[in-house]
Ligand binder design. Structure first.
Ligand code: PMV
Length: 306
């Protein structure tokens, strides 16, 4: 099975689209895929039961983008037109949640296709070929999702420059709560419109987020989790001012803090989707997860170390 990782952004979503650095960590779950020769090219994605065949307009309008994304991906992979491939994938994350499920799926599919056709691709080449797929689902992606889906790890990421590994001096116990469907593309567009309307104010918010990401990296390297949590809280305030949080995400962040989180913020595109809370230990992470289950369809307790 070929794999792509999901991710959580610890600092810097949205600002990263506009050239600031973000700090993000890959999740140990994401998507897996397998491809084998067939008469036609098709992709099935479970557990969602989505199935598309290349060049066949899907009856379900929801799947039109998936067929278009697959077409872009197989074209970029230079799959010869006469080759058929049956690709089966399993996504281990909720869709449209801000956890990079679509990039994880794309990377797993590219790796599976490469394996089936005997193609070998460097990480940089994989990131390049998933670009058309990510444009279908994201519009204007920074590339942080596909970078982490491919490389894994804990990184400082900058659009156009890629990622640099960050070494944390403490394991990060994270609790991820899902508030419902996110609106990444809608939120990225809304932030771009805000930047046009209120350039000075919006650039200042991006700069503030960039400083928080920088300070967050220092806190990680120093293993100062209390400081890290407080910086995450400040990032959440800045995201609220940018208009990408929701009352439910705010409430969930508040509930996590009340349950002992060192800090909490939305993660990913916002407008719904996930929040992430930092806990000082595994035990505390489980205590924080409990009240979040009241709001959340799914709560994930995970550990990131680098
Ligand atoms: O919602 P996600 O997992 O696609 O994360 C989006 C992160 C943004 O910074 C809002 C967009 C991007 O491409 O970096």
């Amino acid at each position: 099975m070929s794999r792509g990782h999901g991710k959580v952004i610890l600092f810097g979503e949205h600002a990263v689209v506009h050239g600031r650095s973000a700090l993000a960590a890959a999740l140990d779950r994401g998507a897996v895929a397998h491809a084998e020769p067939a008469t036609r090219c098709s992709l099935r994605v479970d557990p969602w039961g989505f199935e598309v065949e290349l060049g066949v307009a899907p009856a379900d309008p929801q799947l039109v983008d998936l067929e278009r994304a697959l077409r872009g991906l197989l074209g970029a992979c230079r799959v010869p037109p006469q080759r058929g491939l049956c690709v089966r994938a399993r996504v281990e994350l909720p869709p449209a949640a801000g956890l990079g499920a679509s990039a994880a799926l794309a990377v797993a599919v590219v790796r599976a296709v490469g394996r089936a056709l005997g193609q070998s691709r460097s990480a940089a080449e994989i990131i390049e070929v998933v670009r058309p797929w990510e444009s279908v689902f994201h519009g204007n992606p920074s590339g942080v999702d596909s970078f982490l889906a491919t490389h894994g790890g804990l990184v400082r990421f900058r659009k156009g420059q890629g990622g640099t590994v960050v070494r944390s001096n403490a394991p990060l116990h994270l609790v991820v709560g899902h508030s419902g469907q996110s609106g990444t593309k809608r939120m990225v567009d809304a932030v771009a419109r805000r930047l046009e309307r209120q350039p000075a104010d919006t650039q200042a918010a991006f700069d503030e987020i960039a400083s928080l990401a920088q300070a967050g990296e220092k806190a990680l390297v120093a293993g100062d989790l209390t400081q890290l949590g407080s910086l995450m809280d400040s990032n959440q305030q800045a995201l609220r001012r940018l208009g990408v949080s929701t009352p439910k995400l705010d409430t969930m962040c508040q509930a996590a803090r009340q349950a002992g989180a060192l800090g909490a913020k939305l993660t990913g595109g916002g407008g719904g989707g996930c929040m992430v809370a930092l806990a000082e230990s595994k035990r505390r992470a489980r205590e924080i997860a409990a009240p979040l289950l009241r709001f959340s369809q799914a709560v994930l307790v995970t550990e990131v170390s680098a």
